[in-house]
Design a protein around this ligand. Structure first.
Ligand SMILES: NC(=O)c1ccc[n+]([C@@H]2O[C@H](COP(=O)([O-])OP(=O)(O)OC[C@H]3O[C@@H](n4cnc5c(N)ncnc54)[C@H](O)[C@@H]3O)[C@@H](O)[C@H]2O)c1
Length: 331
């Protein structure tokens, strides 16, 4: 099977490529990645001999047309993915998340290629902290930020291309991922690398915002399950019942580092910060038989800490610039 992975040098995409190479010896993997600040060739170093990395943008019509024409399935991870950056400058989010997805859809439409679109639970907006509800595939879209609104728009383009043009696509909306190769700008790696440096973790606001954490390998196993067995045109929600507020995450990290539970700093909250996300993954579990393997969050976090300790050369070059950027907004 010839697999084209967009954004395969980013966090989730690189883990997906590594997992695919490990578990699917028959897969021929090509990565299309623009290698923005978030993409790193080094994340694919261990599989370089089995993977073709093409540096380019998903908005490049001719390049996308050629690569899609040479593929059996396209797995679309490429995106501008960081909420804070989208508040600073939304324009690359519109280009990559909307125009890039449109460009891919036109190519898969022309070549009749199977397409899987990776999206986020953030398209649904947020839930109240005391609301027992979870997101389901029927929850109305209500995105809050330039990031989540451009992801919501890209999901709707995929749905329309299925309905109007018969494109063979599926969509998955996943909750917050953690694991190896995540950029140090993101919440968990930022705290882990601060702790490795002997600094205090930094918590947005009171830290009561709830995220539904899933290990990246469980996300990617679900993506392959959907590609193998999912119904065309369907949306699957991916989550592992991992709801925790940010304060609990910081306290667990402090415990794993042997530090005191209050050894952290509060910083200004993100504007429009969503309160709570929670995923109901019943369709994926019941229809397709997927289940997460990382069911103990603390064990998954400990393994992630081990990875960041062992791979300082991977994350160190981005650390100082990332902290300088946060310092400008007092975060
Ligand atoms: N991180 C999460 O917790 C999470 C949760 C749910 C869904 N998602 C979705 O998963 C996907 C991957 O997220 P991630 O956290 O790995 O993001 P990331 O920012 O780590 O990686 C994105 C990758 O896309 C590449 N890219 C950006 N613009 C591009 C362009 N125009 N053309 C080609 N490549 C381009 C970057 O170079 C990078 O390698 C995104 O679609 C995101 O919306 C992420």
């Amino acid at each position: 099977m010839r697999v084209l992975v967009t954004g395969g040098a980013g966090f989730i995409g690189a883990n997906f490529v590594q997992q695919t190479v490990r578990e699917r010896p028959d897969a021929e993997v090509t990565v299309l990645d623009a290698l923005t600040y978030a993409g790193d060739r080094g994340s694919l170093a261990s599989v370089a001999e089995r993977v073709t990395l093409v540096e380019g943008s998903i908005t490049d019509v001719a390049l996308v047309d050629r690569l899609v024409g040479e593929s059996d399935v396209v797995v679309h991870f490429a995106a501008e993915s960081h909420n804070d950056n989208s508040l600073d400058d939304p324009s690359p989010f519109v280009q990559t998340n909307l125009v890039g997805t449109f460009t891919l859809l036109e190519a898969v439409r022309k070549h009749g290629t199977r397409f899987h679109h990776i999206s986020t639970d953030e398209v649904y907006g947020d839930l109240e902290l005391d609301d027992p509800a979870k997101f389901t595939p029927e929850t109305p879209y209500n995105p809050s930020s330039p990031y989540s609104s451009t992801k919501a728009g890209s999901d709707l383009l995929v749905r329309a291309w299925v309905r109007s043009f018969g494109v063979a696509a599926t969509i998955s909306n996943c909750s917050n991922n953690y694991g190896p190769y995540q950029h140090v700008e993101k919440f968990i790696p930022r705290q882990i690398t601060n702790l490795i440096d002997g600094l205090r973790p930094r918590l947005y606001g009171a830290g009561l915002n709830v995220r539904d954490w899933i290990h990246v390998e469980d996300h990617n196993a679900a993506v392959w399950t959907i590609i193998d067995k999912g119904r065309i045109g369907e949306t699957y929600l991916i989550g592992a019942d991992g709801e925790r507020n940010n304060l609990e995450v910081v306290r667990t990290l402090l415990e794993l580092f042997g530090r005191e539970p209050d050894d952290f700093d509060h910083v200004a909250d993100r504007p429009g910060h969503d309160l709570r996300y929670a995923i109901d993954a019943t369709r994926l579990r019941d229809e397709l038989g997927w289940a997460p393997r990382y069911t103990e969050f603390k064990d998954g976090l400990a393994a992630t800490i081990d990875w960041y300790r062992a791979n300082e050369a991977w994350w160190r070059p981005a650390k100082a610039a990332t902290e300088a950027k946060y310092a400008r907004t007092g975060q």
